[in-house]
Design a protein. Structure first.
Length: 147
């Protein structure tokens, strides 16, 4: 991989670490709230990087045909394609993590395990949080008595 792509990979990977650490280690802190407020802009920036990498990867070789597993594999095997795929995952995991954190605060539930799993395994953290919410529902604060 070209050194510039390797550096970009490192920047993308480390760019979200302060947000994750604050949300996991000090979820109710002022720092966590500030970093969570910046997370959507960070995710948008990662989206822009992703878009640029998609353009770069399409110039490097064949266009990816998403109907073909071999074509997608080949696209992800290129340097720009790999970093694009990684950036895609980092950005989506950050969006999911921020939602888990915010929902957990609103519902008064612990999110540390779900956030850690989301940071490192993406969908497994979201699954953990969904199961947590399903198995231990909280009374709705918006429910109003009828009649």
């Amino acid at each position: 991989m070209r050194p510039s792509l390797a550096r970009l990979y490192q920047v993308v990977t480390s760019s979200t670490a302060p947000v994750w650490l604050a949300l996991i280690l000090a979820p109710r802190s002022r720092l966590a709230r500030r970093l969570a407020a910046v997370a959507p802009a960070l995710a948008a920036g990662l989206g822009a990087v992703y878009g640029g990498l998609l353009v770069a990867s399409s110039r490097d070789g064949e266009r990816v045909d998403f109907r073909s597993a071999d074509s997608v594999r080949a696209g992800l095997a290129s340097g720009p394609g790999f970093v694009a795929g990684w950036t895609h995952m980092v950005a989506l995991d950050l969006v999911a993590g921020r939602w888990i954190w915010e929902t957990g605060l609103t519902e008064g539930r612990s999110t540390r395990v779900a956030l850690l799993l989301t940071w490192f395994t993406g969908p497994l953290g979201v699954l953990w949080f969904a199961a947590q919410r399903r198995l231990r529902p909280r009374p709705s604060t918006s429910a109003r008595p009828t009649g």
